[in-house]
Design a protein around this ligand. Structure first.
Ligand SMILES: Cc1cc2nc3c(=O)[nH]c(=O)nc-3n(C[C@H](O)[C@H](O)[C@H](O)COP(=O)(O)O)c2cc1C
Length: 200
């Protein structure tokens, strides 16, 4: 599928068939996430793949009872790993400096920024690095279309409740849930702003 076709045809899917999602498709989605770009190549994304109904129900409950989440045979919990970000960005920026992709002066500035980040409260860092995870999530969303799978970004959630399900500590920041399954609906395109309205 052409990228443009995927971008045009993607819809948020909120009704799913009960047909199981083959494991290799789930792996292909995680692989698409793995290849996403990230600041300093830090790659802070981490994913929990949930298939069992009991946990799916708990996730739906933690997302203000958006019950369709549990209807999807797979829910991918998309997270940022704070310490993984600190380590990944430190080594990543050094690598970018070594290969000459980033000038030494910029490497020094970014290293100083990373040191400042390290001093922050751990629960302040998660939201700041979430943008990296968001890119990886959207890679999965688009890759899903290659297998005729549907997804829906879920950000309306109570983070503490999601973390409680898995006993995660403050090092893990929950960015989104991604229910995944074969669509049982064909939504019409949602409205979008006009091109000229986007330009500042
Ligand atoms: C960051 C983000 C958070 C979202 N959170 C939710 C959500 O919690 N529940 C939901 O039903 N849809 C959610 N959506 C889906 C949006 O409602 C949807 O993308 C938008 O209405 C446009 O429709 P489309 O995706 O079909 O083009 C979210 C989308 C994004 C990008």
């Amino acid at each position: 599928m052409e990228t443009s076709e995927a971008i045009v045809n993607r819809r948020s899917i909120r009704k799913f068939k009960s047909d199981p999602v083959p494991d290799e498709h789930v792996t292909a989605l995680i692989e698409a996430a793995r290849l996403a770009p990230s600041g300093c190549n830090a790659q802070p994304w981490r994913f929990k793949i949930v298939k069992d109904l009991k946990t799916r129900n708990k996730l739906a409950e933690a997302a203000y009872n958006q019950s369709f989440i549990a209807q999807a045979p797979v829910v991918i919990v998309c997270c940022a790993d704070v310490s993984g970000y600190i380590e990944g960005s430190s080594s990543g920026i050094q690598d970018l400096g070594k290969i000459g992709a980033v000038e030494d002066e910029i490497v020094n500035i970014i290293c100083a920024n990373i040191n400042e980040t390290k001093k922050m409260e751990i629960n302040e860092i998660g939201p700041r690095i979430a943008v990296n995870v968001a890119i990886a999530v959207e890679h999965m969303v688009l890759r899903a279309l290659d297998f005729n799978l549907g997804t829906c970004w879920i950000r309306a959630l109570e983070e503490d409740k999601v973390k409680e399900i898995f006993n995660w500590d403050e090092n893990i920041y929950v960015v989104a849930l991604l229910p995944l399954g074969f669509p049982a609906e064909e939504p019409v395109p949602r409205t979008r702003l006009k091109l000229e309205d986007l330009l500042l």
